[in-house]
Ligand binder design. Structure first.
Ligand code: FAD
Length: 385
């Protein structure tokens, strides 16, 4: 098959870096639910987390397809980019909507890794996907905002210096549209911890450093407002296409990991006096997984191209994320089945990647919500909510 992979130099360099972080490294962290500090530092030192930051602010100024190549290779190598992928794109809110002073102040330090902006606070326990119903409220008092409320599933909050926080600055009922009246604050976590911000880790089926946040009269300087008060929902939506495309690239990497591992094992493992891969009952699911991952990869490439050309790409980004997350999950299931009992043994890394791959049909947006977007925005079907 023709090799259509782009950014081959980036891919090779990332693969080389990832080879220093083999399965044992991730297994140990997984058992302890610990953060991959050394891995994140290695990526930061090589500049892989700042590829999307423009050169004038100290990054590489590359397009999203380069960032996709980085994340895909991380995942294909059996590593997990979820510990730091948000350092790549959360800064987009500051870049697109922040003032020049905010960009000068934060972006160069984010590019160098001196500052970590990889916490993104949107989801709340009672609002779920219906973001306009968030209740965390930031009350303006002179030159500061006073924040009260809570968030759930805020990943990497303990490993972040800054957080992009979406909160209400007007009540939903007092706003012209439900999506009005929300604002984005850049919260300095270093100042906030213990002074109105409490972070509580949430243990999950995967090692994801996710947390619950509680705000109790947290004071945030008014100068940390990003863009205009009341327009925050739009700013968050603006960042979602990049997130969807990058997560989809991680799914492609996961899918390739599973297909590689399943193929290798099926060639090697002998039962009934021959490699199990000689049986079509074993080969066909692996071949189907490969077809699915390849097809999804083309959709991710298309969404990335549109994004890089500054064309509308909301539907393409969503659809790419949907098919990529389903393709990787199918491949994960096939990989377990191909390995038989050994698929469940920790030392093969399949069960860990299986757990990690499952997340992406739920976060950062669940499959049903993407289908709803396609049904109503692309196909013109009536809205159900
Ligand atoms: C490990 C992890 C990390 C996360 N990290 C972050 C983070 O860093 N920052 C952040 O803000 N959030 C984060 N999230 C939250 C994540 O984005 C949400 O969990 C996800 O968007 C789904 O929202 P929910 O859990 O509130 O589900 P709900 O909105 O409660 O939905 C539950 C289920 O019902 C379905 N559903 C709901 N409404 C409808 C409808 N009208 N029609 C059809 N189906 C419907 C959904 O598709 C879903 O399957 C994370 C979540 C996890 C699990």
């Amino acid at each position: 098959m023709a090799d259509t992979e782009t950014h081959t130099d980036i891919r090779e360099a990332v693969r080389k870096l990832c080879a220093r972080f083999p399965g044992e490294y991730w297994r140990k962290l997984d058992r302890e639910r610990a953060y991959p500090t050394e891995f994140v530092k290695a990526l930061t030192d090589k500049g892989w987390l700042s590829v999307l930051i423009p050169e004038q602010y100290g990054g590489a100024g590359l397009g999203i397809s380069a960032a996709c190549a980085v994340l895909e290779e991380i995942h294909r190598s059996g590593c997990n980019g979820a510990a730091c992928h948000a350092q790549m794109y959360t800064m987009g809110t500051v870049l697109r909507h922040g003032s020049e002073a905010q960009k000068q102040r934060y972006l160069p330090k984010i590019a160098s890794g001196e500052l970590r902006l990889q916490a993104f606070g949107v989801t709340e326990p009672t609002s779920g996907t219906d973001t306009t119903r968030i209740q965390t409220f930031a009350q303006r008092q002179g030159d500061k905002y006073v924040v009260n409320g809570s968030k759930i599933w805020i990943s990497r909050a303990e490993h972040s210096d800054l957080m992009v926080l979406l909160c209400r600055t007007s009540l939903r009922d007092d706003s012209a549209k439900p999506s009005d009246g929300m604002s984005v604050l850049l919260v300095d976590m270093r100042d906030a911890k213990g002074r109105g911000l409490t972070i509580k880790p949430v243990r999950t089926m995967l090692n994801h450093a996710t947390t619950e946040l509680f705000f109790d009269n947290l004071e945030v300087p008014a100068e940390n407002l990003i863009g205009k008060e009341g327009q925050g929902f739009r700013y968050i939506i603006d960042g979602m296409n990049a997130e969807r495309i990058l997560i989809a690239a991680e799914c492609i990497g996961d899918g390739k990991f599973f297909v590689d591992r399943a193929s290798a094992y099926a060639k090697d493992r002998e039962v009934f006096g021959r490699p199990i891969g000689e049986n079509q009952g074993v080969q066909f699911p692996i071949a189907r997984a490969h077809v699915g991952v390849t097809a999804a990869s083309l959709m991710v490439d298309q969404a990335a191209k549109l994004f890089e050309a500054d064309e509308p790409c909301g539907s393409e980004a969503n659809m790419a994320k949907l098919v990529a997350s389903e393709a990787s999950w199918f491949a994960a299931d096939v990989c377990i089945q191909t390995h038989g009992g050994f698929g469940f043994a920790e030392e093969y890394d399949i069960e860990r990647k299986f757990r990690e791959a499952r997340l992406y049909q739920v976060a950062p947006i669940s499959t049903n919500l993407i289908l709803s977007h396609v049904a109503t925005h692309v196909l013109g079907l009536p809205k159900s909510f």
